[in-house]
Design a protein around this ligand. Structure first.
Ligand SMILES: Cc1cc2nc3c(=O)[nH]c(=O)nc-3n(C[C@H](O)[C@H](O)[C@H](O)COP(=O)(O)OP(=O)(O)OC[C@H]3O[C@@H](n4cnc5c(N)ncnc54)[C@H](O)[C@@H]3O)c2cc1C
Length: 89
């Protein structure tokens, strides 16, 4: 393969990284904090800056993988359960 700088290198395989741009504007409109890259800012339990609002998937992070999104869903569900239980006690 010939690179942009005209350097030629042999490869057996090639992966293409498309790159993505988060579309978190609707969440920003709600008042949810976004980070410097435009992703929804979250804590370790997927909570956003807005009480009672969690975020999972591509918009709160830069690891765009289905397994990551579903794992975050499980974390968020656990945190929501804990938060609701705490608010009732
Ligand atoms: C070409 C491509 C290939 C990929 N291949 C893989 C792969 O092989 N393995 C893997 O793990 N991941 C892959 N991914 C990444 C994977 O698709 C995402 O990580 C995953 O879909 C994220 O889920 P999500 O629910 O956060 O977002 P999405 O699946 O994008 O769902 C967001 C939904 O919100 C809707 N929406 C957006 N804006 C609005 C709005 N304003 N109002 C209402 N609805 C709205 C959209 O229409 C969409 O249905 C790939 C992504 C792309 C683009």
């Amino acid at each position: 393969m010939t690179l942009q700088n005209e350097e030629t290198r042999p490869f057996d395989t090639m992966s293409v990284a498309l790159g993505t741009t988060p579309r978190a504007d609707p969440a920003g409109t709600l008042g949810v904090d976004l980070d410097d890259n435009g992703h929804i800012a979250i804590d370790a339990m997927q909570r956003t800056s807005l009480d009672g609002v969690s975020a999972i998937g591509d918009v709160p992070n830069g690891i765009d993988q289905i397994a990551v999104a579903t794992g975050q869903g499980a974390v968020a569900a656990s945190a929501i359960h804990d938060d609701l239980s705490a608010s009732r006690s």
